[in-house]
Design a protein around this ligand. Structure first.
Ligand code: ZN
Length: 236
């Protein structure tokens, strides 16, 4: 292009794409999470999403292999055969909007820890609240409101008493889940990362991955929990 009447090469590079789970899949050309292979980082089937000790290397998606699969899909002229291949590979038949750019679609679209975390905690909060009686729910809402207002920190001692009263009826294992969440959040949102903090993060994510699906059936094979195995991997 011309810049100040002189020809100039303009070079732009694509670095990392951060998106929530469905958009991340769209950007990488992978089917959404309700598909059998709906993870944009690996090809694990949906009933194995929360399986422990997965051999990630053998299930990961690799850019050059995805390219070959997309090509094979595009060669199919019969719609049913094309759909069959899309299901087999967990890929969309239409190209991603970013496919014209030079990029490594999987490595440059890591799982976004913020979106995954927010949804995961929202899910845990909903499940925890279901365990409350009406009175406990009212207590919880009161505490929540107080917690949100910094000026009210002067009444912290009352809050702690209140908190203990209402937590008594909550199973300890649920409290453990929240402790793991709190530890993970601290590790995830560290301002600085060292080798030690990466190890701590990885351990927290593994513990969370392990306990959530044991305590809540709703967390079994949930994509937001599955990506715990990548969050530390992506940040390394
Ligand atoms: Zn995966």
């Amino acid at each position: 292009m011309t810049v100040q009447r002189q020809d100039a090469w303009i070079i732009a590079g694509l670095n990392i794409i951060m998106a929530d789970l469905p958009q991340g899949n769209d950007m990488t050309g992978v089917l959404r999470h309700n598909a059998n292979k709906g993870c944009h980082t690996c090809k694990i089937t949906k009933e194995l999403l929360s399986v422990h000790n997965q051999d990630i290397v053998t299930t990961l998606r690799y850019h050059h292999i995805t390219d070959e699969e997309i090509l094979k899909i595009s060669y199919k002229t019969i719609m049913s055969r094309r759909d069959q291949l899309c299901t087999e590979y967990g890929l969309r038949s239409l190209p991603s909007i970013l496919d014209k750019l030079k990029r490594e679609r999987h490595l440059q679209t890591p799982q976004d820890v913020y979106h995954a975390t927010a949804k995961k905690i929202g899910h845990l909060l909903k499940l925890t609240c279901k365990l409350f009686s009406r009175k406990e729910e009212d207590n919880f809402i009161d505490i929540w409101k107080n917690f949100e207002i910094p000026k009210r920190w002067s009444s912290l001692s009352n809050l702690i008493t209140h908190y203990n009263n209402f937590m008594i009826s909550i199973p300890k294992i649920i409290i453990s889940c929240w402790i793991y969440v709190a530890k993970t959040m601290k590790a995830v949102f560290n301002k600085k990362f060292t080798l030690d903090s990466y190890e701590e993060l990885q351990q927290c994510l593994e513990e969370e991955f392990s306990i959530f699906s044991k305590v809540f059936v709703n967390f079994v094979n949930l994509p937001n929990i599955h990506i715990n195995i990548y969050a530390s991997f992506d940040t390394c």
